[in-house]
Design a protein around this ligand. Structure first.
Ligand SMILES: NC(=O)c1ccc[n+]([C@@H]2O[C@H](COP(=O)([O-])OP(=O)(O)OC[C@H]3O[C@@H](n4cnc5c(N)ncnc54)[C@H](OP(=O)(O)O)[C@@H]3O)[C@@H](O)[C@H]2O)c1
Length: 228
């Protein structure tokens, strides 16, 4: 049985990813937000903890203890992220700092100790979540802080892939369009939800990336846009 870490595991996407990967036989260590957990969560995870991943020291301590207790941990699926609207005119330093913290630092603070762990065990996979506004400025110009925060995630993946070459360490970036979640439906009640990407379909894509065939991917950016 393969052991993996999923961060943001009780979020809208995380809940589906936990379900799918549990069904596929993975042993799951999870970080969760402070909110309540779905009923079947404890049964699907080996270890579920509330960790503030914007806190570098807390995250480092958590990952070091986790990898000591689970030396076979072979993948980190890093789903934590935030979102904010705002043009350049609306976006001040605090807004940029917040989105960098939520979207980039929450990944980077896990990646740093995990790189050392993966080198020790002879390889491992990171799965990161980008967003289209970081790739498409016409989309990003109304989500400036968010697009800047997410653009760093793509660069982090490139740095991991460069440093991990020859060590069987890879990073894959998934890029959802609009995920079909209750908050998005509430925010955009008149949209055609069938064009959005289902969290369960992203979860299946993650399952593929973690499979034997998926493990051969390097430098991959997977756009899971559906029709949105
Ligand atoms: N939703 C979309 O349409 C969309 C589109 C493109 C990309 N994405 C990206 O996809 C990923 C998942 O999105 P989602 O819609 O599932 O988001 P979500 O429902 O807001 O889930 C985010 C998760 O991260 C946790 N979290 C937030 N701050 C944290 C912190 N400082 N430390 C530890 N955990 C923290 C949250 O816990 P609490 O809720 O308890 O705070 C929650 O479990 C994100 O990276 C997002 O940017 C989403």
């Amino acid at each position: 049985m393969k052991t993996i870490l999923i961060t943001g595991a009780n979020g809208n996407l995380g809940t589906e990813v936990v379900k799918t990967l549990h069904t596929n036989g993975y042993e799951i260590c999870a970080t969760v937000g402070p909110g309540s957990l779905p009923d079947d969560f404890a049964q699907m995870t080996k270890d579920a903890r509330n960790v503030n991943l914007t806190d570098e020291a807390e995250t480092q301590q958590y990952v070091e203890a986790l990898t000591r207790q689970n030396p076979g941990l072979c993948a980190a699926v890093l789903l934590v992220g935030g979102f904010a609207m705002g043009t350049i005119k609306d976006t001040d330093a605090a807004a940029i700092d917040k989105q960098i913290a939520l979207n980039f630092k929450t990944a980077y603070f896990v990646v740093r100790p995990f790189m050392e762990h993966f080198e020790k065990i002879g390889g491992g996979q990171f799965i990161l979540v980008g967003a289209r506004p970081a790739l498409d400025a016409a989309d990003g110009m109304t989500k400036v802080a968010y697009s800047i925060g997410k653009s760093l995630v793509f660069h982090l993946a490139e740095l991991i892939n460069a440093a991990g070459k020859g060590k069987r360490i890879t990073a894959t970036v998934l890029v959802p369009s609009i995920i079909d979640t209750p908050p998005n439906r509430n925010a955009m009640p008149d949209a055609d939800f069938s064009q959005w990407i289902k969290a369960s379909d992203i979860a299946e894509t993650i399952a593929f990336v973690l499979s034997d065939a998926g493990r051969t991917l390097r430098e991959s950016v997977l756009k899971v846009y559906n029709e949105a």
